[in-house]
Design a protein around this ligand. Structure first.
Ligand code: CAA
Length: 283
């Protein structure tokens, strides 16, 4: 099956990055969110990233203009009516995702694939609220989407081979490398990444070292591009906590218990870069 037109639901950090890579790869893209403010913020961010790429000589002004011309915005999910693929990138709430998938299932044509960019919620459970579980799949991009090469493709229990093959092919068209993963809590990426971040938080909580020193160990000692606490601030501490809770509940092992300091920061509203305060302060 060939994908021509795509809707991305959610114009936040992930959704706008996903919309950008689809538009740059020649797809017609509708970026959808609940209001104009969110949509304009997403579009401005895409324009800024593309302008930087032009300034660096990575793309031409024409490449930028072409990508932007393929991108439109919509506040109505009903506009998915002529899309071949919908990629949902809204908040990590099962209730919110179920409601969007139910609505999409009613509106989208029979052939349309419904993908979720969830970082840890079960694809099988999301698929179960639709009448097309064979066409529901996880398409998990990494942040920042235009830079990171990976797409983790998650097969729900009922996902068909045809759906998987279409998404694997589409990921290649986006110039990404995909991996095939079965639907278990945290998939592969976050089952490994988040316990490392949680352990880094425990290291600070137990007074072993400061956040700066923990990050320096991992950057200079292990060659990570970013320390785990800075990365946690970038991901969002609320998202980190909700992924740890999914791992803890879904795998039932105490090694996945979220660090009390992570809970405390989230309760305080210190959610990382987006609130200008997490393990670090941002201006
Ligand atoms: N959007 C687009 N491009 C961006 C960007 C963004 N938000 N942030 C940085 N870039 C680009 C820069 O423009 C730059 O491009 P060029 O090479 O063409 O100049 C490139 O990325 C490198 O950026 P910088 O030189 O400014 O900075 P850096 O060397 O520190 O790299 C980084 C930035 C690529 C983000 C790097 O720090 C990194 O790899 N960090 C770790 C990222 C990571 O682990 N992501 C996974 C997060 S987990 C996740 O997403 C899954 C989940 O479910 C939670």
């Amino acid at each position: 099956m060939s994908i021509q037109k795509v809707m991305v639901v959610g114009a936040g950090q992930m959704g706008s990055g996903i919309a950008q890579v689809f538009a740059q790869s020649g797809y017609e893209v509708i970026l959808n969110d609940l209001n104009q403010e969110a949509l304009q913020k997403g579009i401005r961010f895409i324009e800024k990233v593309l302008s930087k790429d032009v300034a660096k000589g990575k793309i031409t002004e024409k490449n930028k203009a072409d990508a932007l011309s393929r991108l439109s915005t919509s506040e109505r999910i009903k506009d998915a009516g002529d899309c071949d693929l919908v990629v949902e990138a809204i908040v990590e709430s099962m209730e919110a995702k179920m409601s969007v998938f139910k609505e999409l299932d009613q509106i989208a044509p029979k052939h349309t694939i419904l993908a979720s960019n969830t970082s840890s919620l079960p694809i099988t459970e999301i698929a179960a609220v639709t009448n097309r579980p064979e066409k529901v799949i996880g398409m998990h991009f990494m942040n920042p989407v235009p830079v990171m090469k990976l797409v983790e493709i998650i097969r729900g229990l009922a996902t068909s081979d045809e759906t998987y093959n279409t998404i694997a092919y589409t990921s290649k068209q986006l110039n990404k490398i995909s991996v095939e993963v079965n639907d278990f809590p945290g998939f592969v990426s976050n089952r490994i990444l988040l316990p490392m971040i949680n352990e880094a938080i425990y290291t600070v909580y137990e007074g072993v070292a400061s956040p700066e020193d923990v990050d320096t160990v991992m950057k200079l000692g292990m060659n990570h591009p970013m320390g785990p606490l800075q990365l946690a601030d970038f991901i969002g501490l609320d998202t980190c906590l909700s992924i740890m809770e999914v791992l803890h509940e879904g795998l039932g092992d105490s090694k996945y218990r979220p660090c009390p300091l992570l809970r405390k920061y989230v309760k305080a509203g210190w959610l990382g870069k987006k609130t200008a305060r997490g393990f670090y302060e941002y201006s």
